[in-house]
Design a binder for this molecule. Structure first.
Ligand code: ADP
Length: 736
């Protein structure tokens, strides 16, 4: 048993020593001198004990939501024990004295603690209590706790006027306690409001997006009012025409249907344009329209969210228990709502801005891609434009040239910087010029292609085919004409050569045939007597004409073999000295008065060649030398071995390509070949246009065949010639 300190058991029974009003004043002064709750409590118990002469005085506060008694302050025991005592929370039903005082609202007197059935015997034993007085602490009709006065030193009877005074003390104390509680609560709320405003302020500064801001607002409101759940509604806006209801996902999982059922509360807040408090939703069920009866949510407070005088939505919190929110809390929610409205507006603005920025950056990205594609396209077009072998030019609506590529420079002899801005007639001549102007006037050439002759700056005539494109006017520019001009001179030449060839081949065939026919008919005519010498001459004529026919047919066959890819070399070791001598000897019979001189190495010269083909080369070269040089002039056919290409009289451009081997030279003293024709004479069907050439029969195939055969042997053929002095053809062939 603990003995209370400083108790003198021999003293007369303690009595309240002062008069009632003085006592109450003293209590009021002691309790009212501070707003700190724990100080108020401590002072109440101390003063009460001192004034009443009780050995111990303690105070319990009631937690009505949980039906608990919380030990709040005690006087009359050892302070270290007091700390332990404060941790001893009791359930009301276990503390019968308090329970009675609270339920009746009346003081409870225990004259003999040891025998009274209502006392906790363990505690009585422990403290050595003899008599106990319990008074309820009531303020504004609400019991907030109980005040105990314990007598240990002796039994005490608690006369009624003393009980009345103690009751008055208790109400005085209750008011002071409640004031301190209110003060504490308002301080807590102030701090929380400050903290919440700070967090909302942080959110404003952080530029949260709308869903995050809504979550924060609801979370903070719920936390601040210690509510069970919060929800938010947003009125329709231009961006979001429908009304938006918002509650955190976790809250929806638990209270979704109920929150849905209570939607009309928000509408009520909007209509009333002021905070709305429902102390018990169950009592209001009849008044509000709802589709499901709220079971778990009892108290509601909702506030309108004002922004620049307009309601943008509502913020509401619910509590699972009824009558949970106080007026200050409602005010708190309203001020928080004002701040939240700004944060929501800000988030909307932020979201809108973000969307705009995203749209802008997407558009910029698309533009950049388009630009890159265009750049690439432009580069590709530029490469085509610059490297095209066809001349390309573009003319503006007045026919002035605005683009001109290198091939066009080559074709016309004008440089791009000279022609830009000039009329296309001036540069391309009247043919193309007029077609271009007609196109610009909306009259395209038939088939889109026009053929014309372009005379270039050095007076050379070129046949061209121009295909046109019309580029319609747009953005105040144009129309434009785009022309791709192809030089078809060569094609035209080939066409001319082909038709020449046909007439020439017919002539070439007919002449020897006419000779054969004439001689044969004469010989066969029985009425004509032909002497032996004439007979011999006729037969030689027939023989020569057949040789000529054979040569022509051989040449035609060779060409056809080259063209069809059927040409194959039949390589074998051939003594070229022997071959040259034999061919020259055979030709001597048919060359009339020309002198054929043959110079070959006497020891012979062996090379790996196709005998028949090389024979044809030699025959063609010697025939040409004879054809294109005057009667009785000399044609020299020479064969040489060579091992050092530098010794070979050869134009520089062939030097690197000359094989070590044999060199066949055919030199005449004929008409010669003009320098500008020399590079064409090896082309198929090409015939010189000098009258001396035109006079003699020919197909334009002889040199083409020579070149094809020599190149098939990996050799080279070229000519040196001077007009009027003669020509020398060189054939270089490898030995192996
Ligand atoms: P063809 O002799 O049947 O016309 P070629 O292909 O043999 O055809 O010769 C092509 C052209 O080369 C001749 O038309 C002629 O103009 C020229 N040519 C060839 N050989 C000689 C030569 N020895 N002297 C002068 N011109 C020649």
């Amino acid at each position: 048993m603990i003995s209370p300190a400083n108790i003198d058991t021999s003293d007369p029974p303690p009595r309240i020593r002062a008069d009632e009003s003085a006592v109450l004043l003293e209590i009021a002064q002691a309790a009212g001198s501070t707003l700190e709750l724990h100080e108020v409590l401590e002072r109440v118990v101390e003063k009460t004990a001192r004034l009443t002469g009780a050995d111990r005085c303690s105070l319990w506060l009631l937690d009505s939501t949980r039906d608990l008694l919380l030990p709040a302050a005690i006087y009359g025991i050892d302070p270290t024990f007091a700390a332990r005592w404060k941790r001893k929370i009791l359930s009301i039903k276990d503390e019968r004295l308090s329970q009675e005082a609270i339920t009746t609202g009346q003081p409870v007197v225990v004259l003999d603690a040891a025998t009274d059935p209502r006392t906790d015997k363990k505690a009585v034993d422990f403290f050595g209590d003899k008599s106990i007085l319990v008074v309820p602490l009531a303020s504004k009709g609400r019991v907030i706790g109980t005040l105990f006065l314990n007598h240990i030193s002796r039994h005490y009877t608690y006369p009624p006027h003393e009980v009345a005074i103690i009751q008055a003390i208790a109400s005085q104390a209750a008011v002071a306690i409640e004031n301190a509680q209110l003060y504490e609560e308002s301080r807590r709320q102030r701090l929380e409001l400050l903290a919440s405003f700070r967090r909302i302020g942080d959110a404003l500064a952080a530029g949260l997006d709308l869903p995050d801001t809504l979550r924060l607002v609801v979370d903070l409101a719920t936390e601040m009012l210690r509510a069970t759940v919060g929800s938010l509604t947003l009125c329709p806006t231009d961006d979001a025409p429908g009304e938006t209801k918002w509650a955190p996902v976790d809250a929806l999982e638990r209270y979704g249907p109920e929150l849905e059922a209570l939607t009309d509360l928000a509408n009520e807040v909007i209509q009333r344009r002021e905070p709305c408090y429902v102390a018990d939703l169950r009592e209001r069920l009849g008044e509000i329209v709802c589709h499901g009866a709220p079971e778990a949510l009892r108290t509601y407070v909702g506030v309108p969210l004002f922004l620049r005088g307009r309601i943008i939505g509502t913020l509401g919190v619910f509590h699972a228990l009824p009558k949970r929110f106080t007026r200050p809390e409602i005010d708190l929610l309203a001020s928080f709502g004002a701040q939240a409205a700004i944060a929501i507006d800000n988030a909307r603005l932020f979201t809108r801005l973000q969307r705009q920025v995203e749209e802008l950056s997407a558009a910029a990205q698309r533009n950049a891609e388009l630009f890159t594609r265009l750049e690439l396209e432009k580069k590709r077009l530029d490469v085509i434009f610059q490297n095209s072998t066809d001349a390309i030019f573009m003319a503006d609506r007045d026919g002035r040239i605005i683009a001109f590529n290198p091939a066009a420079e080559l074709l016309t002899g004008w440089s791009a910087c000279e022609v830009l801005g000039r009329g296309c007639q001036e540069v391309f001549g009247p043919g193309l010029g007029e077609t271009t102007m007609r196109l610009l006037a909306g009259e395209p050439p038939d088939d889109g292609v026009a053929e014309a002759v372009v005379v270039n700056r050095s007076g050379e005539r070129r046949h061209v085919a121009a295909s046109y494109a019309y580029v319609a006017a747009s953005n105040g520019e144009g129309p434009f004409a785009l022309a791709v001009v192809r030089d078809i001179s060569r094609q035209k030449e080939v066409e001319r050569l082909k038709s020449d060839f046909i007439s020439m081949v017919s002539h070439e065939l007919r002449t020897p045939l006419a000779v054969i026919k004439g001689y044969a008919a004469t010989l066969l005519n029985p009425s004509l007597h032909v002497d032996a010498e004439r007979q011999q001459r006729f037969l030689r004529g027939i023989n020569d004409a057949s040789d000529r026919l054979t040569r022509l047919i051989d040449n035609l066959l060779s060409v056809s073999r080259f063209e069809s890819g059927r040409f194959r070399l039949n390589l074998q070791l051939v003594d070229l000295s022997d071959l040259v001598c034999r061919v020259v000897a055979a030709l001597r019979g048919s060359v009339g008065s020309h002198r054929l001189t043959c110079i070959v190495p006497p020891e012979g010269l062996v090379a790996r060649l196709d005998r028949d083909q090389i024979e044809q080369v030699l025959v063609n070269l010697v025939s040409n030398a004879v054809k294109y040089s005057p009667e009785e002039s000399e044609v020299v056919i020479e064969l040489r071995a060579f091992d050092d290409p530098s010794l070979v009289p050869v134009p520089v451009r062939f030097a690197s390509g000359i094989p070590r081997g044999v060199l066949l030279i055919v030199r005449d003293q004929g008409i010669g070949i003009a320098p500008n024709h020399q590079r064409f004479i090896f082309d198929k069907f090409y015939r010189g246009d000098a009258p001396a050439v035109r006079r003699v029969a020919g197909t334009g195939l002889g040199l083409y065949i020579c070149k094809s055969i020599v190149e098939a042997h990996h050799g080279a053929i070229w000519v040196e010639s001077q007009v009027g002095r003669g020509s020398t053809f060189y054939v270089a062939l490898p030995r192996e």
